[in-house]
Design a protein around this ligand. Structure first.
Ligand code: ZN
Length: 170
């Protein structure tokens, strides 16, 4: 092997390791940290969206206590449409500011699957949660489900969000 080939191989190995480190951290069997931090808006606006250790611990608790058990019970692939949001990103997308969105603490995720109502009802009836929101949609399906989890003091609040009108306890 000549030195040019060796350099190419080393450079490729370094690139693979770097991207694996960034994308490859698994929080559970089916959920990677990357799914909770990627954001098109953050990329477009050049806003950093890196959770700190406390936020990562909160995301881990959300996955371990709610999302992975939900995935296992329903056997449905679940997509995270919004997970962790840095305070700047939350502001940029118009997220809740008072009280500050639980997305900024790593305590919340917006999720979708092929059956959002089933996810909502399964969480409501079987899993621990702090807030569970039927987001938009209609009476048979929400457009997405917002779920949050706290390591202590879960409130078990169940809400429905009507776009342009606000939240209602259900
Ligand atoms: Zn949300």
């Amino acid at each position: 092997m000549n030195w040019k080939t060796a350099i190419v191989i080393v450079a490729a190995a370094l690139l693979i390791t770097r991207s694996a480190r960034k994308k490859g951290i698994m929080l559970s069997k089916n959920f990677s940290l990357d799914e909770f931090t990627r954001s098109k808006t953050a990329n477009q606006l050049g806003i950093s969206n890196n959770p700190g250790p406390i936020e990562i611990a909160n995301l881990q608790a959300l996955v371990t206590n709610v999302l992975q058990p939900l995935r296992d019970a329903l056997k449905l692939p679940i997509n995270i449409t919004s997970g962790y949001r840095s305070k700047m990103l939350n502001k940029a997308i118009g997220g809740a500011t008072s009280p500050i969105s639980q997305h900024t603490k790593g305590e919340a995720a917006d999720i979708v699957s092929s059956n959002n109502a089933r996810m909502f009802n399964y969480i409501k009836n079987n899993l621990p949660f702090d807030q569970l929101i039927w987001e938009a949609g209609n009476d048979s399906q929400p457009d997405w489900v917002h779920v949050s989890f706290r390591m202590s003091g879960n409130r078990y609040k169940v809400l429905r969000y009507y776009p342009g009108q606000g939240y209602e306890d259900i």
